[in-house]
Design a binder for this molecule. Structure first.
Ligand SMILES: Cc1ncc(COP(=O)(O)OP(=O)(O)O)c(N)n1
Ligand code: 3NM
Ligand code: MG
Length: 253
């Protein structure tokens, strides 16, 4: 599992919106695991101080107005942490296109939400749209063109998780690596389509993914349910980085 990346300078057809984003550690929020909706902004703030580089606001309950109020609170907390750290941390909205548009936030959709092409067409050009990918055929379809491709894919799930039980079959590190390679090889975005793995990622499993071509790991419970979200984020990042610095596994002779 090498780090080699193709050169995408030729044939670029889509803005590289994901450039400059620190994809290594992506937090998806959850109001229940976090101890209630009101606790989520504080957790997101702490998580960014601990090293989270991307945040997605996910809350399946409530109407769009309630969700928007919640998303504003989370985005403001992330902005405060960015001011303190000098970093730029993009905020995605899970599922809700109208809220993302209204608030000027990025959007993540899944295979059972609205079609990606519809979401992309409705979103402003400067905002990212992410898509969940559960299989090779789904990725092939997402990259087939001729329309825009996702700015980032959530490779899902890497492992089974109690946080979301209606997932596709677990891909494992090998499957996640295969999908990340295919996303990176896509030629219409200069840096390739970014890929983060989601599902069952903990400090223990994070290091196993560092050897893949994923750009990062995406977690819910490992940060939302942690007693100290800042320390949890820092530990996840440390495990990811430690895994990156291990020598590559030798091919059998
Ligand atoms: C980064 C990322 N990847 C995958 C998902 C899952 O999206 P989806 O399949 O639409 O499921 P819900 O999160 O909407 O329940 C995600 N949210 N983020
Ligand atoms: C939000 C989400 N989507 C998944 C998918 O497979 O599409 S798994 C998941 C939850 C991941 O939670 P945890 O980090 O606690 O395992
Ligand atoms: Mg969804």
């Amino acid at each position: 599992m090498s780090d080699a990346r193709p050169d995408h300078a030729v044939g670029e057809a889509q803005p590289d919106r994901g450039a400059g984003v620190d994809w290594r550690l992506y937090l998806v929020t959850d109001p229940h695991l976090g101890g209630g909706r009101d606790a989520v902004p504080g957790i997101a703030y702490e998580a960014v101080l601990g090293g989270v580089g991307v945040v997605q606001v996910r809350d399946k309950e409530g109407d769009d107005d309630e969700f928007a109020t919640h998303a504003v609170a989370v985005a403001e907390a992330v902005a405060r942490a960015c001011t303190e750290t000098g970093r730029v941390v993009p905020v995605f909205v899970n599922d809700r296109l109208d809220v993302a548009r209204e608030l000027g936030l990025h959007l993540h959709v899944g295979q059972r939400d609205m079609p990606f092409a519809r979401a992309r067409a409705a979103m402003p050009d400067d905002l990212m749209v992410g898509l969940s990918i559960e299989s090779d055929p789904q990725l092939a379809a997402a990259l087939a063109g001729p329309g825009p491709v996702p700015d980032v894919i959530g490779v899902s799930p890497v492992w089974a998780t109690a946080t979301k039980t209606d997932t596709a079959a677990a891909l494992g590190p090998e499957g996640a690596d295969r999908l990340a390679r295919a996303a990176h090889a896509h030629g219409s975005v200069r840096g390739g389509v970014r890929a983060v793995g989601i599902g069952g990622i903990t400090p223990t499993t994070a290091a196993q993914l560092a050897a893949t071509e994923l750009d990062g790991i995406c977690v819910v419970s490992a940060i939302m349910a942690a007693p100290d979200p800042r320390a949890a984020a820092a530990e996840l990042l440390e495990r990811w980085e430690a895994g990156k610095s291990l020598p590559p596994e030798r091919e059998p002779a």
